[in-house]
Design a protein around this ligand. Structure first.
Ligand code: URA
Length: 239
């Protein structure tokens, strides 16, 4: 079958995978797939439609796509524009190209938030069946005991249903680390409240493979290509 589009090695080189020669070797070694099939040299791809992956991890082919990792400060809302005129997360990153937050952090929640104009990745990351792991550090009221930690681990009954099992650890006396992959509204706050320990401070410290301890509240940085790839792979992985 004749394929339109651009030569695969040229596309791979253009997005920074390596020189043309390196990209040709990657293809020859069978490490590149197009729409799930191992690619052969000479293959052409449409950057808008074809899914190209290296060792199974999708590669972003579009140079117009941007991905920012923001450390959201407390008091900033996770919307593109706020009718009440409050500061928004979109106001903390460059205005052009226009980006949107992936998922939501409550106004009082701090920590890592992804903003992008990559609709496909956003869809993957926010679709309930994909949900990548998210890690939160919660300072809570009181001193959670074993029963509370066990309940959080096993899942707690909320008004919109039982939560999935979570990874939970306690740093005594009152700091919980929770790893969840659901993305329900105010989920961590509601879980902690349900076990008798309302949240005092909540910080998201990881989104799938993304972590950054050096990013200060209000600061952002672009994701590296490796991070975009790792994120795509995490979102595509088995649940
Ligand atoms: N869980 C919450 O309760 N709030 C957030 O912002 C994110 C997760």
């Amino acid at each position: 079958m004749e394929h339109s589009g651009e030569r695969l090695q040229k596309v791979l080189a253009a997005v920074g995978i390596g020189s043309r020669r390196v990209c040709e070797d990657l293809i020859a070694d069978g490490r590149i797939t197009v729409n799930g099939e191992v690619a052969v040299l000479g293959r052409r791809v449409e950057v808008d439609h074809d899914v190209v992956a290296i060792d199974g991890a999708p590669i972003p082919l579009r140079a117009d796509l941007v991905h920012y990792l923001l450390n959201k400060p407390r008091g900033v809302v996770t919307t593109a524009s706020d009718p009440q005129g409050r500061a928004t997360v979109v106001g903390l990153v460059p205005a052009e190209p226009r980006v949107f937050p992936v998922g939501r952090l409550d106004i009082d929640t701090e920590g890592l938030l992804l903003l992008t104009n990559d609709g496909a990745l956003t869809h993957q990351l926010t679709h309930p069946s994909f949900g990548v792991e998210k890690e939160y550090v919660a300072e809570v009221e009181g001193q959670p005991g074993r029963a509370a930690v066990r309940a959080l681990r096993e899942g707690v009954e909320l008004d919109d249903g039982r939560t999935a099992p979570a990874k939970v650890s306690l740093r005594p006396p009152n700091v919980l680390t929770l790893v969840i992959h659901e993305g329900r509204n105010r989920q961590v706050r509601r879980m902690c409240e349900e076990v008798g320990h309302p949240v005092v401070r909540l910080v998201r410290t990881r989104i799938g493979p993304l972590q950054d301890r050096r990013l200060k509240p209000g600061e952002w940085r672009p994701l590296t290509l490796d991070e975009v790839r790792a994120l795509g792979q995490a979102a595509a992985g088995p649940r």
